[in-house]
Design a protein around this ligand. Structure first.
Ligand SMILES: C[S@@+](CC[C@H](N)C(=O)[O-])C[C@H]1O[C@@H](n2cnc3c(N)ncnc32)[C@H](O)[C@@H]1O
Length: 258
């Protein structure tokens, strides 16, 4: 599908990410850009897959704790085992609101979602907390717990936009029993050569994009209590199999809103 508002002549971050994950919603221009990225930093493929596997595990875990509503911020293109599918497999009445500011994600997302699924895509910038919460509130009951997902998106929000303040604004608006989930790419432990390569990849996707340290990522939870095992490598958060940790770290943590 190539609707007129979707530019197929320039790579889209969402479609490039889809290609890296082995998806089919991408064009030649995205595949070329993705291959260039993977040539610069082949580690990205493994960390992207580990990140999606974490998303499945965390949605299942929160569903097990009784969470029936999910707000997936910076959702990306639908791929396999998306948030609403994992949530509904655990509890059929679960609802998900996906938010992304890429028009391609909205077009594909709306085409992909069954209108009767109880889930929806919102086109919004997650930095506009008022608009996102208003839109989400039309589909979710914000007086009940929500699983708030910032999965591999906050590294695209620059310090000038105060990502920790954003997380706090959302967490503050949510009911007790809600959970804040963050995964974030980090430069910790990476050699200077890898940091330089990843820096190049990031600058290509957003001038504001930034690797952060584990300490900086931890502070984004604003002091909310973290579920076990705390803030750990994404593959090591309640792993179902082994937990291989590469040189390119992605940290993951889940906090509960008291
Ligand atoms: C790396 S992808 C992650 C997708 C998905 N969460 C995952 O982890 O598989 C980041 C997504 O965040 C979206 N995004 C980046 N900045 C955003 C913003 N300010 N508001 C809404 N979406 C944003 C991009 O369009 C992209 O689809």
């Amino acid at each position: 599908m190539s609707p007129s508002d979707v530019d197929v002549d320039r790579p889209s971050a969402a479609r490039v990410y889809d290609y890296v994950l082995g998806g089919k919603d991408n064009h030649a221009v995205d595949r070329r850009a993705a291959e260039m990225l993977l040539e610069i930093a082949p580690e990205i493929r493994d960390t992207a897959r580990q990140n999606r596997a974490f998303l499945r595990r965390v949605v299942r875990h929160l569903a097990g704790l009784g969470v029936r509503q999910f707000l997936d911020l910076g959702a990306g293109l639908p791929t396999v085992e998306n948030t609403h599918e994992v949530a509904q497999a655990a509890a059929a009445d679960s609802k998900t609101v996906y938010v992304d500011n890429d028009p391609i994600v909205l077009t594909h997302g709306r085409a992909f979602l069954d209108p009767d699924s109880g889930s929806t895509f919102l086109s919004a910038d997650i930095r506009d907390t008022t608009a996102v919460l208003k839109g989400a509130g039309e589909h979710l009951d914000l007086s009940e717990p929500v699983g708030l997902l910032f999965v591999n998106v906050l590294h695209l929000i620059g310090d000038g936009d105060d990502p920790a303040g954003l997380v706090a604004a959302y967490a503050h608006a949510l009911a007790p029993g809600s959970h804040v989930v963050i995964t974030h790419v980090s430069g910790d432990g990476a050699g200077s050569e890898l940091r330089e390569r990843i820096g190049k990849v990031f600058t290509g996707s957003s001038a504001d994009a930034r690797l952060r340290t584990r300490g900086e990522i931890g502070r984004m939870f604003g002091g909310l209590p973290l579920l076990e095992p705390g803030l750990v490598d994404v593959a090591a958060w309640r792993p179902e199999n082994g937990a291989p940790v590469g040189e390119l770290r992605v940290f993951a943590g889940v906090a509960q809103v008291p």
